[in-house]
Design a protein around this ligand. Structure first.
Ligand SMILES: Cc1cc2nc3c(=O)[nH]c(=O)nc-3n(C[C@H](O)[C@H](O)[C@H](O)COP(=O)(O)OP(=O)(O)OC[C@H]3O[C@@H](n4cnc5c(N)ncnc54)[C@H](O)[C@@H]3O)c2cc1C
Length: 395
């Protein structure tokens, strides 16, 4: 009996009419890097739960790690559309390696560009662009995830600066980061009491061990404990009391990148399912001739095109300087559901081999789920969309 052939790097569909040469070049570079430097190692790295920092730094050298950092700060100065195309290509090879791009560009460089002083931008952006330093975004706490305004980490005034005390949970890149975007309470309860800081690590910061998780094994996720960590006055990012506004504006853009990551996972699942079904024989020929095998793959292929269009639409709004919060939420809501569905279809198409560690289907199945959780769960995306529809009546 023949077994399914392994995927051969089938090229993905793109909406070429809406993409410029610069977009296509960024996509091609990411595709080539993913095929040469990531895909051949993804299974091994995931099995060993290895976080390949050297690969992330190489992406930095090529301008793939934080592509949206402007040229004046040493970055390639690409737009949000290019960022999505890059993230999709990298996620298609390994979803975990797309995380540091989403974090470095979407959650660290983005708030620095939006609210940073010249000194803060000069200090961090050039090194974030090249991957010389990795960054992380520390918002979530053990008792404050979806309800960000409930965060309890405090920054107390101390001389000219501040001392930060509290703990942050589920921080991507946390174990490899040298620059931290930290949200802490400088005032009273509620959203207006929160300020943002950008700081290097220091005394009083304890980085926890890797948190065991379902998937994304090539991405670091840890708890950070701050025990009176001193930060200078110049570390406050944006005005005092406007930290949560900055956090949420950052997530408006970040969600588009997660949608792109979900598209990459879905594309990988479809590629694998098509490849396997074309080579696996049952009842005297390839299983690809059965509609029961074809149609679920056809359905998710159609849904993926829709999700990719939503993602690129949200990115184009961001690039045009237009409001993109609801568009990003719609893209993430739809793309994450497609990733979960496509991974399920891939496992089913491969049958027993889909359930085994021999093929990528089971990894895609585990990795896909996170896209429905981080940077706002699917319920929170619905909330964002509903608020856009209903305005104050939805609050
Ligand atoms: C692998 C991983 C990496 C992450 N990386 C980062 C990071 O780098 N930085 C960071 O700050 N955070 C990070 N997170 C945290 C992530 O963003 C949160 O886990 C997520 O926002 C959900 O918060 P929670 O886990 O506290 O769930 P909860 O907020 O406790 O939610 C639990 C359930 O209740 C539902 N729920 C909550 N409120 C509502 C509501 N109003 N209406 C309907 N349903 C609701 C949720 O949808 C969910 O199903 C990461 C998480 C993971 C797992």
């Amino acid at each position: 009996m023949r077994r399914g052939r392994r995927p051969d790097g089938r090229t993905i569909g793109t909406i070429s009419t809406t993409l410029t040469d610069t977009h296509l070049e960024a996509q091609a570079l990411a595709r080539e890097f993913a095929a040469g430097e990531i895909a051949p190692h993804a299974a091994d790295w995931n099995a060993r739960k290895h976080v390949p920092v050297d690969v992330m730094r190489r992406m930095g050298e090529l301008g793939l790690l934080a592509p949206t950092i402007p040229e004046e700060y040493g970055g390639p100065g690409l737009d949000a559309t290019s960022l999505c195309l890059i993230v999709e290509e990298i996620a298609r090879a390994d979803a975990g390696i797309a995380v540091p791009i989403a974090v470095q560009a979407g959650l660290v460089a983005s708030p620095l560009l939006r609210a940073g002083t010249d000194a803060q931008k000069d200090e961090w952006l050039p090194r974030l662009a090249t991957g010389e330093v990795m960054g992380c975004y520390a918002l979530t706490e053990p008792d404050a995830g979806s309800d960000t305004a409930a965060l309890r980490t405090r920054a107390e005034a101390d001389g000219d600066g501040w001392r930060i005390t509290g703990s942050k949970q589920w921080i991507s890149n946390g174990s490899i980061a040298e620059v931290f975007i930290i949200f802490a309470r400088t005032g009273g309860e509620g959203a207006r009491g929160v300020s943002a800081f950008v700081a290097g690590g220091g005394d009083g910061l304890v980085v926890g061990p890797e948190i065991p998780k379902l998937g994304l094994h090539t991405s670091s996720t840890v708890e950070l404990a701050f025990d009176g960590m001193p930060v200078p006055a110049g570390a406050m990012l944006g005005p005092e009391g406007e930290g949560l506004k900055l956090a949420l504006a950052t997530l408006d853009g970040g969600r588009i990148t997660v949608a792109a990551q979900a598209c990459g996972i879905a594309q990988a699942a479809i590629d694998l399912a098509v490849e396997y079904a074309s080579g696996r024989d049952a009842f005297g020929g390839p299983i690809a001739r059965f509609q029961g095998v074809q149609f679920p793959i056809a359905d998710v292929a159609a849904q993926l095109e829709a999700a990719r269009l939503l993602t690129l639409h949200a990115a184009s709004l961001r690039d045009a300087g237009q409001p993109h919060g609801a568009a990003g939420a719609k893209a993430k809501l739809v793309a994450s559901a497609v990733a979960v569905k496509a991974a399920d279809v891939a496992v089913q198409t491969l049958g027993g081999y889909g359930y085994s560690g021999e093929y990528a289907a089971e990894r895609l199945y585990r990795d896909a789920k996170i896209t429905e959780i981080y940077e706002g769960t699917s319920q929170i995306q619905r909330l964002v969309i509903a608020r856009d529809l209903f305005g104050d009546a939805a609050r």
